[in-house]
Design a protein around this ligand. Structure first.
Ligand SMILES: [Zn+2]
Ligand SMILES: [Zn+2]
Length: 351
């Protein structure tokens, strides 16, 4: 074991502060990563405040959040073949899984039917708590490590590891591309990645945002159209328009109203997580054989594919870099949607 410095919430809802904890020694297949940057995901806040207790196992405190981790390899175990010291690498939302179920074998470790070991607020196969990226170092098996783009700033790529893959995976699965009309609901940390990626895939992209406040930004990011959902005319004008809608908002909105914007056989994919259940009108689905679906991040293979895609298309996240000492302030700003579009912590500030 070796001592690692980080920032943690001591208990549910407590402000984050300095915390030292133990990380395991590197095993044969492990990669030791010096963390340079870590993105702040909305789910870090939900978990640090224990707001998902209904949906998951008991939260583990003190909790070191962070699952958009970008850094440099400083050491590798003797059996590591994919990475070497000095490589730019990343860790996303999970650090292990059972490796033998049908989902794992299909490269869908995020849906492992036995145990996906989440990057923090979980227990590894030895039962030890996992600690995330708001820390100086992380150790993981090479099969759960990603190679980061060499042509883009590392800090701008950290959010690809959750926000990026959360949008890339459903866009790929439901075949966004030329000739497809795609709508992204919400232009925040997730939504802005969706616009960039869907645009790069060649789809016709529409942003559905509460107001027109971010219209110029939306167009700059690659949107072809931009509509305010506070304007009731938006829903009459766009009825039956889209092949695919990705809903990134976690607010309670009327899903049926958005389903009505889908064409025949269109799909609305939920990637934001509202705290309460939202009812869906059956007529909105049956009228045009529409579907409603959900999607959760992506597997290691697809996450690497997404990173390579982003490298090729020069796609990073639009970020605001902060020192770790400002993390509590940043959380409040995330809750007010006061960030364009992702906070990334400069982990050098821990020293
Ligand atoms: Zn996340
Ligand atoms: Zn599995």
């Amino acid at each position: 074991m070796s001592t690692c410095k980080g920032f943690a919430a001591a208990k549910a809802g407590a402000p984050l502060g300095p915390y030292s904890f133990e990380r395991r020694e590197a095993r044969e297949h492990d990669v030791v990563i010096d963390i340079k940057y870590c993105g702040i995901c909305h789910s870090d806040i939900h978990q640090a405040r224990d707001q998902w207790s209904e949906y998951q196992e008991e939260a583990i405190f003190p909790m070191v959040p962070g699952h958009e981790i970008a850094g440099i390899v400083t050491r590798v175990g003797p059996k590591v073949t994919k990475y070497k010291v000095g490589d730019k690498v990343g860790i996303g939302c999970f650090v292990d899984s059972c490796r033998s179920c049908a989902e794992c074998k299909a490269g869908l470790e995020q849906y492992c039917s036995v145990q996906t070991v989440w990057t923090y607020n979980a227990r590894d196969k030895e039962g030890q708590p996992t600690y995330g990226g708001y820390s100086e170092r992380i150790i993981a098996d090479e099969n759960y490590v990603l190679r980061m783009p060499n042509n883009l700033p590392l800090e701008a790529c950290a959010p690809l590891l959750c926000a990026g893959i959360t949008l890339y995976s459903p866009l790929r699965h439901w075949k966004a591309g030329p000739g497809k009309r795609v709508a992204i609901i919400g232009l925040g940390g997730l939504g802005h990645m969706g616009v960039k990626i869907a645009h790069a895939m060649g789809a016709d992209v529409t942003v559905l945002s509460q107001s027109l406040k971010k219209q110029a930004d939306g167009k700059r990011l690659g949107a072809d159209h931009f509509y305010a959902t506070s304007d009731p005319e938006t829903f009459t004008k766009l009825a039956g328009s889209f092949d695919l809608i990705i809903n990134t908002v976690s607010a309670q909105i009327d899903w049926s109203q958005y389903l009505d914007l889908l064409k025949l056989d269109g799909t609305m994919v939920i990637v934001g997580l509202p705290e309460k259940d939202i009812p869906v009108g059956a007529f909105s689905l049956t009228a045009r054989r529409r579907s409603i679906a959900g999607s959760q991040i992506g597997g290691i293979r697809e996450t690497q594919e997404m990173l390579d895609f982003c490298s090729k298309h020069n796609i990073g996240s639009d970020i605001e870099v902060i020192p770790i000492q400002k993390v509590n302030e940043a959380y409040e700003r995330v809750l007010k949607s006061d960030v364009r579009y992702r906070f990334v912590i400069d982990m050098g500030s821990l020293k």
